[in-house]
Write a protein that binds this ligand. Structure first.
Ligand code: ADP
Ligand code: MG
Length: 685
């Protein structure tokens, strides 16, 4: 078995199963090995009913009481009754488990595993799994990996494939021994074994540490190299300041904030310096980054060049395009922008490519399609990426190569603490917009549980009647995917429609819809024809509909705080008071406390820091933290200490041996080359 082998070569993985793996982005043995568990199930010894914690999996040793009954309801056979031990009794229910009919007998003693729940004072466990003593003693004390799955693919099947893939991990070490020693690292081979099948929690943590180390280390080495390359680059596109940008700033309906002006000065200094710009603008949601992008594009065009603006989603690209068109005609800028996205027809694309190549188009706005090979630019001098965390380092590299040392401007609202940003964006100069436009009313927030939903709906109705619009966010598209009982967009929309007055126009939006349909919905929402938009997090980045004043987020406990903050940034953009309702699906006091941080502050950096403090080892998995830079296993918040330390080590190494050509460091260089394909994805989602 080899790293690059197709998974179809694994025993028990046929055509059908391999297609299911493909849906998770797993094609090769390597992909599979990097499909790390999202959680582990710990099989602790059984506990007594009176001592059992609620809402998490526990194992109870129960005697079934007399009167246990099986009923047939439609096609299902359902068994219910009581069972207990010397400390208490609970209700047990089995749905559609006819084969248990002959197993479960009054007076029998069984090991039952499931989540114990309490409703109206009654303890119950639904659909427990049964174990023999022998089976259970084998599992006791072990941690079983739980993987991200897709409909049709079981956790067992992934485990089985994983066991076969593990021997493919090479035993060779690429790190010098003093680093291994300093960081107390286990081998990569053992790390893969133990991250997937740890004997205990400590073993898993050591494995995780080694893998996180490798991710950060390789990432930072590559980043330093990129920086070196950039710094040597003389720009082929020097610019001078033109009257056009000044005039635009003066004609805007608002005054730029002090922070916007400061950053604009930094951009201008870069563009006129004779060197290629490599700058990151960090500014909280709503701080007004877009207008700086437009000014920069205008400056490039006024100097006779082309500029490109890339967005992570088609919706956002289109919105930028339309905003630019509006400015174009309002201020008589005579720009010639084109919009290039995945949903443009082949013929349409060809025309656009021609315009870009001939220079007839001077501003190109679009999604990833922009960076596809087919696009040849006339004089691409400036490349801007909006909401940068969605673009990889490699993609940025591609782009700057396209326009031989074009100026690169990256805009991000990801609230990463400054100390970390300096490391993670080490190849870029940093500008911060640390001031919001003055005319904003702070968003009013509340954190509630689901019993509040009816009230929330009444509130939504009232706001719509006052002419405002509403976002409702659900985590998942359909219930088949990875998580079970979370609210999902399509079903939720039906439910919402029947709960709200029929004159309220409700629509939904999710990532799996076809692009033209998404665009239509987004345009209708922006035009005010849709009152309530139920959406997944596709709405997260950049969307600007100032008339939307309410956001309600279902299952808020499932999101990272930084991401919730970004979501919330879709409202509070206009003159009216905005409201954000965080609906928690769990009453668990820890999740409620976490969410309440969002009540205390509208400052993304503060929230990111607090989130960091509150998380413990138990949160290593499970909370979705997209919206921050995603590594496969390392977490920039959780592992910030490690990241800072590695950053220093990397500096030391490169100081000793800039090209990694010495005997001691040569293996790092070789490893990097072999693993570049893997590496480029580090900053993408
Ligand atoms: P983000 O930084 O999140 O990308 P946008 O650029 O979308 O924010 O700006 C949000 C809103 O604020 C837009 O409607 C924009 O026109 C407006 N805006 C930008 N700068 C200012 C300013 N200095 N004063 C008032 N409104 C502004
Ligand atoms: Mg934006």
């Amino acid at each position: 078995m080899d790293y690059s082998d197709n998974i179809i070569n694994l025993k028990g993985v046929g055509d059908k199963t391999s297609r299911l793996f493909n849906r998770l982005g797993i094609y090769t043995v390597h992909d599979l090995l990097d499909h790390f568990p999202r959680d582990y199930e710990a099989f602790a010894p059984s506990v007594k009913v009176a001592k059992a914690p609620l809402d998490i999996p526990v194992t109870l040793e129960l005697t079934v009481c007399a009167g246990f009954q099986w009923k047939k309801v439609r096609q299902l056979s359902i068994g219910t009754g009581m069972a207990g031990d010397d400390t208490g009794k609970i209700t047990i229910t089995f749905f559609n488990a006819p084969y248990l009919k002959n197993v479960i007998k009054a007076g029998g003693v069984y090991l039952m595993r499931g989540k114990l729940k309490k409703e109206q004072g009654v303890l119950h466990m639904d659909q427990p799994k049964l174990y023999t003593y022998e089976e259970y003693s084998k599992l006791t004390g072990s941690l079983q990996p739980c993987y991200r799955l897709t409909a049709g693919l079981s956790n067992k099947a992934v485990q089985k494939a994983m066991k076969q893939a593990l021997p493919a991990v090479s035993g060779e070490e690429y790190l010098p021994s003093d680093i291994i020693e300093e960081y107390q690292l286990i081998s990569r081979k053992k790390a893969y074994q133990d991250i997937h099948f740890p004997k205990n929690y400590d073993e898993m943590l050591l494995a995780r540490k080694r893998l996180a180390f490798d991710e950060f280390f390789l990432f930072l080495i590559s980043l330093r190299k990129l920086k070196e390359m950039n710094e040597e680059a003389i720009s082929s596109y020097p610019m001078i300041e033109t009257a056009l940008t000044k005039r635009l700033i003066e004609s805007l309906p608002y005054r730029l904030t002090g922070a916007q002006l400061k950053v604009w000065d930094e951009i201008k200094a870069d563009l006129t310096s004779g060197r290629a710009m490599n700058r990151l603008i960090q500014g909280d949601v709503g701080s007004g980054k877009t207008v700086l992008a437009f000014l920069s594009l205008l400056m490039a065009v006024a100097n006779g060049y082309q500029g490109a603006l890339m967005a992570p989603t088609e919706i956002l690209a289109r919105q930028h395009y339309e905003q630019l068109l509006a400015m174009n005609s309002q201020y008589g800028l005579s720009l010639k922008p084109v919009l290039l996205t995945g949903s443009v027809t082949a013929a349409g694309k060809r025309k656009i490519y021609e315009k870009i190549e001939s220079g007839e188009a001077d501003i190109v706005i679009g999604t990833h399609a922009l960076i596809q090979e087919k696009v040849t630019y006339h004089k691409l001098a400036l490349v801007i990426t909006d909401e940068q965390h969605r673009f990889g380092v490699k993609q940025r590299e591609n782009l700057s190569e396209k326009g031989d040392h074009a100026h690169v401007l990256v805009m991000s609202a990801t609230p990463i603490p400054r100390t970390l940003a300096i490391i993670l964006y080490g190849d870029l100069h940093l500008s911060v917009i640390d001031e919001l436009p003055a005319n904003r009313l702070p968003i009013k927030n509340c954190v509630v549980n689901t019993t509040y939903r009816k009230k929330a709906y009444e509130f939504i109705t009232k706001e719509v009647e006052n002419g405002h619009q509403v976002y409702v966010i659900c985590p998942m598209v359909d219930e088949n995917e990875e998580m079970g009982d979370v609210e999902n967009v399509t079903e939720y929309t039906q439910k919402l429609k029947s709960s709200l007055p029929s004159k309220i126009h409700v629509e939904y939006l999710h990532g799996k819809m076809k692009a033209p349909e998404k665009n239509r919905i987004m345009e209708e929402f922006a035009a005010g024809n849709i009152d309530v938009l139920v959406s997944t997090t596709v709405i997260e980045v950049g969307i600007n509909v100032p008339n939307a004043t309410v956001m309600m987020i279902e299952n808020a406990e499932r999101f990272g705080l930084a991401q919730l903050h970004q979501l919330r940034g879709r409202i509070g953009r206009g003159k009216s008071q905005s409201y954000c309702i965080f609906m928690s699906g769990s009453d668990n006091s820890r999740s409620m406390d976490r969410l309440k941080i969002l009540n205390q502050s509208n400052d993304g950096f503060f929230i990111a820091e607090e989130d960091l403090k509150l998380r413990g080892p138990g949160d290593l998995f499970g909370i979705r933290q997209s919206g921050a830079m995603e590594f496969k296993i390392a977490d920039i918040y959780q592992d910030s200490g490690l990241l800072k330390k590695i950053s220093i080590s990397v500096d030391n190494i490169l100081q000793q041996d800039k090209d990694l050509s010495s005997d001691k460091y040569n293996s790092i260089q070789r490893y990097l080359i072999q693993n570049t394909v893997n590496f480029v994805d580090f900053r993408t989602i």
